[in-house]
Ligand binder design. Structure first.
Ligand code: PNS
Length: 159
């Protein structure tokens, strides 16, 4: 069984993330979405909220699971029996960091490969930080994030 892990902060999940999850689910037996629960960062959404949002938006994908992690990504992947880490690349700006991470993760665990998927060009300009900035100005989030989480994001700003 080919299990892949798709890690990220997902603060919040965007349509770009969802597109990668759907495409990865089409080529792997199982995709485990790994939500980083990093205590040194202050995310807008708690790890539990991010996991719930991801579970909601991937409900129709039967071979997708969502879990949070707080240690090394390679250890999370191994704990799920995953030999592949999936990463999305939007532009060349993503490349250098991802290249470094892929080499580091390979050094940490020789048995795990990082595989890259090019982001759908429709979503190449979307990032979670842009979504939060736009939401802070009460901008329209239609098409940027899954429709069912738009109100959850807005509530963070309206209280
Ligand atoms: O969505 P992001 O914030 O770009 O995702 C980054 C993520 C979660 C993929 C990365 O920070 C990560 O893998 N963190 C886990 C810790 C780890 O294994 N770091 C690499 C070796 S120090």
């Amino acid at each position: 069984m080919k299990v892949a892990v798709y890690p990220g902060s997902f603060d919040p999940v965007t349509n770009g993330h969802l597109d990668i999850i759907e495409r990865a689910a089409g080529v792997c037996d199982k995709v485990v979405v790994g939500v980083l629960n990093n205590t040194s960062k202050t995310p807008m959404f708690s790890a539990e909220e991010r996991v719930d949002m991801l579970k909601g938006v991937t409900r129709g994908l039967k071979n997708v699971e969502v879990d949070s992690f707080s240690g090394l990504l390679v250890d999370f992947a191994e704990s799920h029996g995953a030999k592949v880490i999936i990463k999305g690349l939007r532009t060349v700006a993503d490349f250098e960091y991802e290249f470094q991470m892929a080499l580091l993760n390979k050094t940490l665990n020789q048995n795990i490969e990082t595989m890259f998927m090019m982001t759908n060009s429709k979503y190449s300009y979307i990032s979670s930080s842009m979504v939060k900035e736009l939401a802070g100005f009460n901008g329209d989030l239609t098409g940027l994030v899954p429709a069912q989480i738009i109100n959850k994001i807005k509530q963070k700003y309206t209280g």
